[in-house]
Design a protein around this ligand. Sequence first.
Ligand code: WT7
Length: 650
Amino acid sequence: MTHPTASDHIDNVLHETRVIQPPAGFAAQAKVTREEYDRRYRQSLDDPDTFWGEVAGELEWMKPWDQVLDWQEPHARWFVGGQTNLAYNALDRQVERGLGGKRAFVWEGEDGEVRTFTYSELLSQVKRAANALLALDVQSGDRVTLYLPLIPEAAIAMLACARIGAVHSVVFGGFSVSALADRINDCQSKLLITADAGLRRGGLVGLKANADDAAAKAPGLQHMLVVNRADSNPPMQEGRDVWWHEALAAAAGEHEAVALDSEHPLFVLYTSGSTGKPKGVLHTTGGYMVSTYLTMETAFDLKDDDVFWCTADVGWVTGHSYSVYGPLLNGATVVLYEGAPNHPDWGRFWDIVQKHGVTILYTAPTAIRALMRQGDEIPAKYDLSSLRLLGSVGEPINPEAWMWYARVIGGGRCPVIDTWWQTETGSIMLTTLPGAHPAKPGSAGLPMYGIEPAIMTRDGEELGPDDGGLLVIKRPWPSMLRTVYGDDERYRKSYWGEIPHVYFAGDGARRDADGYITVMGRVDDVLNVSGHRLGTMEIESALVAHPSVSEAAVVGRPDDIKGECVVAFVLPQGDQTIDPAALRAYVTREIGALARPDAIYIADALPKTRSGKIMRRFLRQIAAGKAIEGDTSTLEDPSVLERLAETDAV
Ligand code: WT7
């Protein structure tokens, strides 16, 4: 599959000129000033060894590193020779600094139940869980898949893995049986940690049932550790399945964190790429720890008394870096919420902010737009005065949603930061610093320390101000992915091989004269649905696997709430009839509800070039209800487009 050029399909719609200064009250108290940012940013590029050495030195190392960075393009090793433990730094270190009684997690279930864990309590749970994993013969370097609702046990399990050097692979609880089985098999996990069920919009999501079906397709799996979340009494397989609470009760309470090499693998997290197979993005211990620690404090201006709430599920990288690792490394208090934003009604987020005194809220544009649509009266019913800073992540935020977020939720006193990063980058790459930089709604802003971005053409030519091109990063950073699990060739090709000697992010962007970068969206065959990446090829493979479908093409269509939604063009197999409802159910079962097509066009042919390549550009126009524009002369049969344009979506 060849990549279109950036200008091919980036709608350069944002011509936003507003500049919003940091609210004076905020700026006066902020940790980082403009001068401080300029000085440290300069240092981070001019003398990275000193810069990163100082940041890493704020954390605990069981053995100091010999070398800050060893860069053998495209492979980086950070803090070479050093040994540390992320769970130790996140928990034991906080208890040793006297934060044992401070709240680490305040968790709220969808049913309203609240559970609080101090740093000491969390540490003792993690120690027990670590011993329970060891008792199930999980050893350093072994992979463990987590398939859980957003309950405290998810974070406890992640930290327990990190503590013993096991590599966690969290699979979002909304993913299907096949998606789960593929991910278990790809990294050959020997243990699956799941729950009987999760709560979603008042109903139960049967995770254990999915886990059982996935286990049947995953021969390497040895055990299943099952959290009792919902008392739903699932069948337990003798010899294979173990209750979490029983395993922890039987485990010893003491556990000493293991000294791990800085480059010891920490986790694998699967994300969509432009081919059908999800990529297992691999992160390692030391570098990921240092970057999440630094960005958490700097981007969020984090103070001791903050109550930080990142609404992402732990199944995504945002939940890894900013619900678990980043905040705990800084000794922060974190709110976790299990359920849907509209259960029992659209006031739920604001109720949580009010009840727990949330000071920093970090959420996605898709949620902001959905909440905005419910009207200002709903948030007006709640006391949101505890909030002091708002963050956005996952996709470009449209200026209208940005302004609403700042005005209605932030009451005009909270800065809004728009943070650009990826599963692969591990931590925030671009943002404005809330007390130091004016914001430009719609533009993510400036590079974090140590990050050297550029806008380039596909040939590696750097573009000047306001020219749209490809977003790249010109040097390695500590939390950069190390490889694609089990497929280093794919790592080389997708990230450092696309444009020579730079990291290619897959996004189109432009930079203005002030250095602010506006990210315009993906330039590869990846959709961004509700802030989540979905590969078009992956959905197409699922569609053609259905017996009634012979060929399929998937494109994105702009959507007011989701950002983009999935539109599928399908051709029937022989004389079969395609049942759209059955096809939607099939995609949901094969991948997950996120991938379900909003619109399906049943066609008799797809627009192809003479060499057989599907011209998605035209399909995107049809999906958006636009007139066909552009050169159709390379099409094998241009009449296909006319027929498609007359077809109604189902
Ligand atoms: C892709 C990464 C780590 C964030 C959660 C998603 C898009 C992310 C922004 C932003 C414009 C953004 C990009 C990126 N994206 N944040 N602030 N402005 N686009 O992580 O699933 O790895 O997706 O999300 O297209 O490449 P992900």
